[in-house]
Design a protein. Structure first.
Length: 285
């Protein structure tokens, strides 16, 4: 297995900042969080401080542990320099293939030859990104789940050219930061969880469109009948309807499924994107 000392996370949004924090909390690695958007690194630092403060309040961490975790995270807007010092890079930018390919192109130029290059994409298989790096054998998917500091699972996805060493390194890294990896031996759109989630969510929307039941009652049925902690419509609102809609469009373009349900398209066009906008399938105060 490739030895890791410094981990770089590209993208300081909610996912990227929490991947960096969870890595820092392990106490095993130095971490560099990279973002070129003005103010985003300050926002990420504040969000992570808030998460740590909450953990201290609930006695999950001591003040010293929280402070040490924050100190392990360096913040940078210089991707080339940061990549040259990283043993593992995890890309966590917006779920858009052009944006991700742009990052992987830069990593191909500036990352160390032996560095593992991973994408946190929830649906985009690594073969669609790895070719531009010139070293696809060092590339894989490492899909963490939101919120990273709570959710245990990470899907590690092997691309057609991913080496055994890369797979082993990724799996051991996930375990080392107190998360549970599962391995997809060969890539497929949506991986494991999202393929199952998309099938369930799409069927829920078809039931709603057909007038068979309300969104509220469908959610109650799934929660009480399947013991889900959250129904499909509340989960869609939590994740962001625009994210889900974009993924469904990508799936359709690849011939992996039909077009998104009309009710989802309409809500996105109206700007009802879920909790982050205050309105989605449900209204939020």
């Amino acid at each position: 297995m490739h030895e890791l000392k410094r981990v770089m996370v590209v993208g300081a949004g909610t996912m990227g900042s929490q991947i960096a924090l969870q890595t820092a909390l392990s106490g095993r690695y130095g971490v560099t969080l990279v973002d070129t958007v003005a103010g985003q690194l300050d926002k990420a630092r504040a969000q992570n401080q808030k998460l740590l403060d909450r953990s201290v309040e609930k006695a999950r961490l001591t003040n010293e542990q929280a402070e040490q975790a924050l100190r392990r995270i360096d913040h940078s807007s210089d991707l080339p320099e940061s990549a040259s010092n990283a043993d593992l890079v995890i890309e966590a930018v917006i779920e858009n293939i052009d944006a991700k390919r742009s990052v992987f192109e830069e990593l191909g130029k500036h990352a160390r030859p032996d560095a593992v290059l991973a994408s946190n994409s929830s649906t985009i298989a690594i073969s669609r990104l790895a070719d531009i790096t010139g070293k696809p054998e060092r590339c894989c998917n490492m899909h963490f789940f939101h919120p990273v500091t709570v959710m245990q699972l990470c899907e590690v996805v092997r691309g057609p050219k991913t080496s055994d060493d890369t797979v082993q390194t990724a799996m051991e890294f996930v375990r080392s930061i107190d998360r549970t990896p599962v391995l997809l031996k060969k890539e497929i759109w949506g991986f494991i969880v999202n393929r199952i989630l998309f099938a369930a969510s799409e069927e829920a929307m078809r039931l709603l469109e057909g007038g068979y039941a309300s969104a509220e009652d469908i959610d109650i049925a799934v929660q009480k009948g399947l013991n889900w902690p959250m129904g499909p419509f509340h989960l869609l609102d939590f994740s962001g309807l625009d994210v889900f809609y974009g993924a469904m469009q990508d799936r359709h373009r690849l011939g992996e499924g039909g077009e998104a349900p009309e009710v989802l398209r309409r809500l996105v066009e109206e700007g009802r994107l879920g909790r982050k906008t205050g309105k989605g399938f449900f209204d939020y105060d």
